[in-house]
Design a protein around this ligand. Structure first.
Ligand code: MG
Length: 373
């Protein structure tokens, strides 16, 4: 990895791992974190989890796995240009969705409802729980024993009430400090990735039309540019080319605005970063356009009646599974029985959150369809 800036996270200023380990050979501490994430069970399951569309709806839509790869790609490009720690942004990007339930936002809301009187369910906290304890594959410890900065990046948001229970990674929410620039970057790379792929998947599914999108500022101006340069272009290529250029614009803007912000603060260390406001940011004009696009997607895609019908089904699956397992924990596989005896609701939430879309549907059938075993 090229030499990073003094305000980037590096092996020199890392707060290290909760459990001490021998330094890695032939790779950095953050490469080791990334490798552990890629080899985890939760990471493999991302292939069969979705954000907006349910996994069986088609092979061309993004899954959480391809989404996480897109986030890592975007975050790494920006990190390199800002001389930030590329290995760390990659690790955070690949891990950021590990705690997501099946069925995207619908699943998360349903599980949170079920957990209301048991401390709630929040996917960021769950991602941290996955890497801190739920992955059980190492002889010496539970979880992946990741570096502090990787864990900090995974915990994007957190209520102060929960932060108090989290120790080191909770501190910044209580003291109102910022996370590393790498964590800030992974967060915005996530936003660039999902806004753009939701446009693309929305069009491919037929839930959105080009006519609708032609009324959204950032899409319209890139589409017109493509049409001007390639008047005979077909619709499919027009969409790809427009989305490609939008991502390019957002990445370039994020890089240049963040570089300006960093320069203006004359940052010298990681402590300077923590005390400053968020410095990884879009320019005002681009931020406005992004907000317009988000609003458009919320109204026209996330609240589309066809999505709502599926969301409704997803909610029912999660709710019914939760009730059944909560009332009788013996219905869960044996490895959940002991933890369920200590905390039934949390164990059921862990089990359900770990499910892929198709596994949840299969479990639902196995539990409730009388002709299934
Ligand atoms: Mg994401």
């Amino acid at each position: 990895m090229p030499e990073v800036a003094p305000y980037a996270v590096s092996p020199r200023n890392t707060r290290g791992r909760a459990r001490r380990e021998k330094p890695p050979v032939g790779r950095s501490e953050f490469q080791r974190d990334r490798d552990r994430i890629i080899h985890s069970t939760a990471f493999r399951r991302l292939e069969y989890k979705t954000q907006v569309f349910v996994n069986h709806e088609g092979d061309l839509f993004r899954t959480r796995l391809t989404h996480s790869l897109e986030v890592a790609q975007i975050a790494r490009s920006v990190a390199r240009n800002l001389r930030l720690n590329e290995d760390l942004v990659e690790a955070v990007s690949l891990a950021h969705d590990l705690g997501h339930t099946p069925f995207g936002h619908a699943g998360q809301e349903a599980l949170h409802d079920c957990m209301k009187s048991h401390g709630g369910f929040e996917h960021n906290l769950q991602s941290l729980r996955v890497v801190d304890s739920l992955e059980q594959r190492y002889a010496a410890f539970d979880g992946l024993n990741l570096c502090f900065e990787t864990r900090e990046g995974i915990l994007k948001h957190c209520a102060v009430k929960n932060a108090r229970l989290l120790g080191d990674v909770g501190e910044r929410f209580i003291k109102r400090l910022r996370p590393s620039l790498e964590a800030q970057l992974a967060n915005l790379a996530d936003e660039i990735a999902y806004n753009n792929h939701d446009v693309d998947d929305g069009l491919r599914s037929g839930l959105l039309t080009l006519e609708q999108l032609a009324r959204v500022g950032i899409f319209a101006r890139h589409m017109k540019e493509v049409q001007r340069e390639h008047p005979k272009i077909d619709a499919r290529r027009l969409v790809h080319e427009t989305v490609r250029r939008m991502i390019g614009t957002l990445v370039t803007d994020l890089t240049s605005q963040s570089a300006k912000n960093i320069k203006a603060r004359a940052l010298r260390s990681l402590d300077d970063v923590r005390a400053a406001p968020s410095l990884i940011a879009f320019s005002t004009a681009i931020r406005r356009e992004q907000q317009e696009l988000k609003r458009f997607l919320r109204v026209n895609l996330y609240q589309h009646h066809q999505v709502a019908r599926m969301t409704n089904k997803a909610r029912r699956v999660v709710r019914d599974l939760f009730q059944a397992f909560f009332n009788d924990p013996q219905l869960m596989p044996p490895q959940y029985h002991a933890p369920a005896a200590a905390n039934t609701a949390r164990t059921v939430a862990d089990y359900i959150a770990g499910m892929t879309d198709r596994y949840a549907i299969r479990e639902f059938r196995r539990l409730f369809a009388v002709d299934e075993i």
